[in-house]
Design a binder for this molecule. Structure first.
Ligand code: NAP
Length: 643
């Protein structure tokens, strides 16, 4: 069977190929030419990119060099077509490594190569472990309950199905996608490039935008679900109330409630929690909010029956969600008043709303391994560099209220310039929009200028004064100013620090997980918890990412690990496994020590959903992507009590 990454054969004319070549990423194209010809000399001459910047995929090359690559490419692609588009021969790892370093214009350290080869399937083979076919009957007797059908729950379903393990996915919503089902607010779009923000094994050559909007993302997950035949295993509109471990039978009893209110219990030998971290809306209590006369709803519960046209809208909260909602609704409403407690840092990304041209789509579909290298090109700049930039320099001599290191101060200057360059010399607005805490201290937003453009509209006002109370037709700030409103949008985020809440999970000896955790949730590698046998978390405590990567990448790491744990249970005919207390404690202590060295934990960042009421962070990963990949690659039986 032809390698799926080798691309579909084509008969496209030279003229059409010429047009395509105007659109594509030239450095990515060069590597595809190496696959087509098997000739590494193509990248050993003078044609090479001069630098790489996050989200810049066209490559810094002179126009003359780009023209030369296009001429070369036309000839090579034409020959390849005329030969019937034969599947390229596999490329040895050493050359792949050379190609990686060439593409990103720096030495890719050896330790990253196995991860990248696997993630990109660059050598043309899938290196994911295949289940042992001999244990098929035992697998059938090992039912698993998966909680949630967002990106991680769907992935769990795909891997369990491939392994021949019976499973049920319980999903509280009526459809697949989790975040991408619930967040249908105007302007919702992803902020990790889509050619990377998708399953490694399910690339799409059909993204219409580089950072797709919510309907397209939801449709992607729908398509993957259908392709893998997962839907028959899903119980929609069914909420998990709790789960209880029974030591006698070594099973979990999972209590669920369906849409009609009926409760029942499902039994599983293992439970995979795939509930995410950002889906229980948090609406702050504000005096008088219940007296408001008009519609009022949370960003993740958008009321599409409410027409905003010509209305006065008060948007309370402006983090990542508000940042997308504001510019999208501003042209339609009569007045938009944005109440923002903390200004946000934003990362300049002029291409944030760009469409994917037909040339790129053609290249993704037809040019061998173009899509794989394109994925790598987006992945690499966000792979561990952000973590080093987030590290506090204990010797830093500058103002620690606004920076944590020289590098961080440089980022502050760069971002400040980007902000001020857009709003001219309005000192009032500058004071409101330039943050007073270190750059990247909260989640940094992608920006193409639309936020500040919206704020400078006549019908938009940014209010940074605290809210005192709400009246039937207005929001009143502590300085007594009344802001009249017909509609309130709460873009106030989620209960992000309450892991697995509000489910009641009871482990061995009746221990309640929420009581055990309190405000300090933890799991070994973010996945397993002592006293909670055969419970596996995806996107669990300590695995959220603020420094780069993609949660889908993390989920694939976690699910590979979980699959191998389940394999070990089945193949060894074991009852249960749970991590050693010492491993869990050590992991938690090290994670806590590490996170304290990073920008997000600094006291200068006052308000952040990463922090609990003690100012501690338990949801985020402080670890390098390459380390997490390697630690989760193969479970070590010595880390577990296996019965
Ligand atoms: P968020 O980042 O937590 O922002 C919530 C907003 O509400 C902030 O402005 C916050 O102010 C404000 N707020 C919360 N409680 C408040 C209170 N008691 N009083 C006054 N203001 C209050 O929530 P979000 O915007 O929904 O985003 C959450 C996360 O979802 C993001 O960080 C990101 O991980 C993800 N997300 C991603 C995208 C994307 O990919 N583009 C889009 C949306 C969301 P403070 O800043 O002062 O706390």
């Amino acid at each position: 069977m032809r390698n799926p990454h080798a691309g579909l054969a084509f008969t496209t004319s030279d003229e059409e190929i010429s047009a395509v070549l105007q659109d594509v990423s030239i450095p990515t194209l060069m590597l595809s030419l190496v696959h087509m010809t098997g000739d590494p000399e193509l990248i050993r001459g003078h044609l090479k990119p001069a630098g790489l910047f996050l989200n810049e995929v066209q490559g810094y090359m002179t126009e003359g060099d780009k023209a030369e690559v296009r001429r070369l490419a036309l000839e090579i692609i034409g020959n390849y077509r005329d030969q019937g588009c034969p599947e390229p021969a596999p490329i040895p790892t050493e050359l792949l490594h050379e190609m990686m370093s060439w593409l990103v214009v720096e030495d890719v350290p050896d330790e990253y190569v196995p991860m990248l080869v696997e993630e990109m399937e660059l050598d043309g083979t899938s290196q994911r472990p295949a289940p042992d076919p001999a244990a098929a009957a035992a697998r059938e007797a090992f039912p698993v309950v998966v909680i949630g059908c967002g990106q991680s729950g769907l992935l769990a379903g795909i891997r369990l199905k491939e392994a021949g393990i019976p499973f049920t996915i319980v999903e509280k919503n009526a459809g697949v996608g989790g975040t991408w089902w619930e967040n249908s607010y105007p302007g919702a779009r992803v902020d990790v490039g889509n050619h990377f923000y998708c399953y490694s094994f399910e690339p799409s050559d059909r993204w219409s935008e580089f950072f797709a909007q919510q309907p397209e993302l939801q449709a992607y997950f729908q398509g993957v679900m259908t392709k893998h035949g997962i839907e028959p295993h899903i119980r929609w509109e069914t909420e998990v109330l709790g789960a209880e471990w029974d030591d006698g039978s070594a099973t979990w009893s999972v209590r669920v409630r369906g849409a009609d209110g009926t409760e029942e219990t499902l039994t599983g030998r293992a439970v995979i929690s795939a509930v995410g971290q950002l889906n229980r809306p948090s609406i702050p209590e504000i005096t008088g909010q219940e007296t408001f006369d008009g519609p009022a709803f949370h960003s993740a519960r958008w009321d599409h029956d409410v027409d905003l046209t010509g209305k006065r809208v008060a948007m309370i909260g402006a983090g990542a969600s508000g940042f997308q909602i504001g510019p999208t609704i501003a042209p339609d409403v009569e007045q938009l008043t944005v109440f923002q407690r903390t200004a946000q840092w934003m990362f300049p990304n002029p291409n944030y709303h760009e469409h994917v041209g037909p040339g790129v789509q053609w290249a993704l579909r037809h040019l061998p391994f173009y899509g794989r290298w394109y994925r790598f090109l987006i992945f690499w700049p966000g792979c561990d560099k952000g973590l080093e930039a987030a590290r506090v320099d204990p010797d830093y001599q500058g103002d620690q209220q606004v920076a944590i290191s020289e590098m961080n101060d440089f980022a502050r200057q760069m971002f400040t310039e980007w902000i001020t360059s857009q709003i001219g010399d309005d000192p009032g607005l500058i004071a409101k929009v330039v943050p007073d805490y270190p750059a990247t201290g909260k989640r940094t937003l992608q920006d193409n200028g639309s936020w500040l453009r919206a704020l400078t509209r006549d019908n938009v006002e940014l209010v940074r004064t605290g809210i005192d109370y709400i009246e039937p037709d207005a929001v009143v700030t502590v300085d007594g100013t009344r802001y009249e409103a017909d509609i309130i949008v709460y873009a106030t985020g989620f209960h992000a620090t309450r892991a697995l809440w509000p489910m009641a999970i009871t482990g061995r000896d009746g221990v309640d997980l929420r009581e055990l955790w309190g405000e300090r949730p933890a799991a070994y590698l973010g996945i397993t918890v002592p006293g909670f046998p055969n419970l596996f978390c995806m996107y669990g405590p300590g695995t959220n990412l603020a420094h780069g990567g993609s949660l889908i990448f993390h989920s694939e790491c976690q699910m590979r690990y979980i699959s191998q744990c389940i394999d070990a249970l089945i193949d060894g005919d074991h009852r249960s496994m749970e991590p050693l207390q010492a491993k869990y404690d050590d992991w938690h202590n090290r994670t806590q020590a590490e996170i304290k060295t990073l920008v997000w934990a600094q006291p200068s960042v006052k308000h952040s959903f990463f922090k609990n009421s003690h100012g501690e962070i338990h949801g985020l990963s402080p670890w390098r992507i390459v380390d997490y990949w390697s630690w989760t690659h193969t479970p070590d039986p010595a880390d577990f009590t296996i019965t």
